[in-house]
Design a binder for this molecule. Structure first.
Ligand code: NAD
Ligand code: ZN
Ligand code: ZN
Length: 390
């Protein structure tokens, strides 16, 4: 089969690799119809995670079941399915509580696993013709319709991007009437903002420094905040004042909930050509209202393998605990427990209440992967979310 593989820093290629096959009788084999590129891939692409050459990339699969093992009960050949990024067994103590991203059985050396990701288990990725799906009954979510129909882009985002945005809004505890700020207007930030609006937030700010992404945030009914202009925390505070703070509530001039959809590769606002891993968490701590909440959906590694010159692997990940303690802020982190949300979000799509596919900007084939990864990594040509069709 054809697959997109990691070759070296900022180099991926389409290669012939051995076909994915059924390996145990609880597996399904899925023929991929859509498979998306993700900002998480860029951490590997940029050489920041120690990915091995030859790793098949991709963790956002949508497709049609081709074969199932003898022990699979509910999934049948011909079914259209979306498959969550974080694969899981469905029966361990964590899965039983719906905490699928912390599955105890999917990875020998830790909790939780993912397709096509360095350090997340031995599973090959989904930017390929075929994907082996372990524990198929748990991991395949059935979908109506036909490949290529009007829902193809919405459904592929149920694998990871929309569920992560929804999870971020859940971690932040976004409720009707909240004021919310999202840092990052990549796919995850945009769909966090979109989720916050669906959940009734009264206003959602979306901070970034890339024009196409700020424009998209505006299309999704968020207020774009361009960090290249000036300190985004001050811009948002000024907008809150303009909106009118009730008498006596001037100390609540920040926002109730903040979402970090950037992670450790955050840009240093004063030197935008450089990274500053603690930039977003520092801004979030300044902006959040007393007793508010911060949700961290952006990825932070155990240590930064390539700290800026003069910094150590750990010092740049320092967090302003004093500010957070003083304000009594709740901070929650983590990978998405995809399967908790996939049914709900599928049904929001089918009822017309959500159309996350509006954030998809580019389509291509597996052969387009090298070019699309390059443009995505450089934030060029308006690439926000690219979906490949093998
Ligand atoms: N928790 C999960 O389960 C999960 C799932 C998917 C992705 N992620 C992570 O979420 C993060 C975002 O993913 P994505 O696909 O949107 O990535 P992306 O790279 O497309 O977007 C990141 C955005 O952050 C912006 N940014 C950089 N520095 C900033 C700063 N200082 N302030 C505000 N914005 C800044 C960039 O301009 C870019 O638009 C990544 O770290 C990714 O690994 C987590
Ligand atoms: Zn992803
Ligand atoms: Zn499990």
């Amino acid at each position: 089969m054809r697959a997109v593989v990691y070759e070296d820093v900022r180099t991926v290629g389409m290669r012939e690799v051995p076909d994915a096959t059924l390996e145990v009788d609880t597996d399904a084999l899925v023929r991929i119809t859509s498979s998306a590129l993700c900002g998480s891939d860029l951490h590997m692409y940029d050489g920041r995670t120690g990915a091995n050459p030859g790793l098949v990339l991709g963790h956002e699969p949508l497709g049609v079941v081709e074969q199932v093992g003898g022990a699979v009960q509910t999934v049948r050949p011909g079914m259209r399915v979306v498959i969550p990024t974080h694969l899981f067994c469905g029966t361990c103590a964590m899965c039983a509580q719906g905490l699928s991203a912390a599955c105890l059985r999917a990875r020998a050396d830790g909790t939780g696993a993912a397709y096509g990701y360095a350090g997340m288990g031995p599973y090959r990725g989904a930017l390929a013709d075929l994907l082996r799906v372990p524990w198929a009954d748990a991991n395949c979510l059935p979908l109506p319709g036909q490949p290529g129909d009007e829902y193809e882009d919405d459904f592929v985002l149920l694998a990871d991007a929309f569920v992560t945005g929804w999870h971020a809004a859940t971690l932040a505890g976004v409720e009707p009437g909240d004021t919310v700020a999202v840092f990052g207007a990549g796919t995850i930030g945009l769909l966090s903002a979109y989720s916050a609006r669906i959940r009734g937030a009264r206003i959602v700010y979306c901070v970034d420094g890339v024009d196409a992404r700020l424009d998209k945030a505006g299309e999704l009914d968020a207020v774009p905040i361009d960090f290249r202009r000036s300190d985004p925390v001050e811009q948002i505070r000024q907008d809150r004042v303009r909106a009118g703070l009730p008498l006596g509530e001037e100390k609540l001039g920040g926002v109730d909930k903040v979402i970090d959809a950037v992670g450790f590769q955050a840009r240093d606002r004063e030197h935008p050509d450089q990274e500053r891993p603690g930039q977003v968490i520092a801004d979030a701590a300044r902006l959040v209202n007393p007793t508010g909440a911060i949700a961290v959906a952006g990825v932070y590694p155990d240590k930064d393998q390539h700290p800026r010159p003069g910094a150590t692997a750990h010092e740049d990940l320092v967090v302003p605990w004093g500010t957070l303690f003083g304000k009594g802020v709740t901070v929650r982190f983590g990978r998405t427990h995809d399967r908790r949300y996939t049914r709900l979000l599928r049904d929001l799509v089918l009822s017309g209440r959500a159309r996350p596919g509006v954030i998809v900007t580019h389509h291509g084939t597996l052969a387009d992967a090298p070019d699309l990864y390059r443009r995505f990594d450089r934030r060029e040509d308006g690439v926000i979310k690219a979906v490949l069709h093998p």
